[in-house]
Design a protein. Sequence first.
Lengths: 149, 142
Amino acid sequence: MVRFKALFGEFLGHFFLLGAGIFLLSVLVAPVDLRAQSSETSEAEAAADSDPAGTPSSAPQSAAGSSDTWQFMVAPYLFLAPMNGNVDLGGLSVDINASVSAILERLEFAIAGRFEVRKGSVGWSVRCQFPGARGPDRSPFGRTNRSGY
Amino acid sequence: MLIFESALSYGMGSEPTRTEVFGGMRYVRQDLKAAIVGGITSGLQRNFVPAWVDPIIGVRVTHQISPRAALLARGDIGGFGAGSDFTWNIEAGAEFSLTRRLGLQILFKTLGIDYQQGSGSSFYKYDVVMPGFVIGLPIRFP
């Protein structure tokens, strides 16, 4: 139980951030859909969406819009990352082989965010991956903290 | 480990398949806490925060397979001795539109870093491959 609490304590902040993010997303997205349900034009759009033979109205913009307008994309990400490799600090070398199951047991993941803006063929993207993964509990140079390997 | 990435891209190709080339920077900061276990100095801690910036170049390809689904692939290489000796990152997966604005991305991602600094007792080497899965919820507007 102590171990569980120690594990969870570290990630509580991230879980909270994720929850808040999803809530914000639903607030952002829901009004659009409600309006889409109520207005006639959007109903037609929705019908076109469900009909594969219909004119592709809004969905294709998702990944490959070619119009010359400003397009924005923002995305929260969850990154599950086992790792393999070698870390050496002052001559103390350690091989790291964290399997996927070990990762899942220890809930090792990172929260990431991406932002992209595009106009025509030129785009700018920013990505940030916040520390979230735990390092190995025991290594030749002691216990590493949650963000360090 | 904190990773911050910024890149400018130029896109080519039209509707179903779109290719983008990009170039930018990847900032990596690690936060290591080394503790001595055992002996009279047991419990002594030292914080070690290596940080560096890697130049990166790469390609991203998006292929729309249906109005609601697309395949994504992205790869970059970098470092070239400026920050790390070499770093690479590949991502491949799919995106589905859940609503008009909200999508769901599921990607396989592998980040490799080969970095070293210092010598002797301050030598630090980080040569690691991090394969993993990425789940994202992209929102697009307008």
